[in-house]
Design a binder for this molecule. Sequence first.
Ligand SMILES: [Zn+2]
Length: 369
Amino acid sequence: MLTVQDIAASIEAWAPRWTAWEQDNVGLQIGNRRRRVRRVGVALEVTPEVVEEALRKRWDLIVTHHPVFFRPPRSITTDHAIGAMALRLAEHRIAVYAAHTNLDFAPNGVSVTLAQVLGLHDIRFLAPLRGQLQKLAVFVPSGHEGPIIDALAAAGAGIIGEYSHCTFRTPGTGTFKASVNARPFIGARGQMESADEVRLEAVVPKALADAAIERVRSVHPYDEVAYDLIPLDTPDANHGMGAMGTLPRSMSLRAFVASVGRRLKSGAVRFAGSPAMRVRRIAVCGGSGSDLIGDAIRAGADAFVTADVKYHAFHGLPAGFGLIDAGHGETEQVILRPLAEFLRRSAATRRQHIHVDVSRVPTNPVQSL
Ligand SMILES: [Zn+2]
């Protein structure tokens, strides 16, 4: 049996909440974490039509990309559209969970999936997240490193790309003099001691550092654990904004824009740049990615595919750079199938079965002729 919380935990193992933008509102939006889930719907957002679909298809949980509440509501009543929707969901015990910017920034998240759908190869993050990592260095008596490494790994420390349990150790000598109130693991109270120790270090996401230190404390032999927590400017290899990749062969910007329109089923793709110029290195960002135009140019992209590009942003682009606005919903809906597949797979790895539907209700209000 899987609960709402089990599904939330598996999504957060893929797209941790700490990676989301501070102003974002991700996680469980409506519902009871302990309720059993048999049927799940996946949608870009919840609209009244999606709620009706949920009732028809007997979904217990809707997993969305866009949050239901962007600002804290002052009331939840039928006087307002969102309140009415929230009440209807609550009355029918349908939970809503949102994975928004954390899913944008995740490995195989929105932007990486968009890059795949556009046929790019050698995909990497366009702008890896910065300022999220710290270095945790723990001083451990020699021979006691094993349980500390396990504790660090269990707390989410020491993960670099596809590698976990990444640590580095340097041997040295620790000195200490225990007070009369201490319970020294080595030596006696009131005596100067020295011990062979190891400085064991690992990267840890800032948001997980306190919990990692608590875990280390619980298995460390010393009653007082010495550690350093150091801010890092190292980019996070596991999470980033936008994606960058290469087309199998160069093509004209005109042909690439047409291919974007076809692959994303986008009726109105707007772009700036010479239609005849050749493009091969492509940057992408699902949804509103205008803030990354500079990153795309600096990364040497020939073109950047995103959405919600303002008129003035199309001005003053460097020669040989194409900027393409393929629509917000169009560049994000690519994640729905992989998200549904992820939910099925993660249930299966726990030997559970859940039924997962991708919503068939169009929620994108933007049309084109
Ligand atoms: Zn969006």
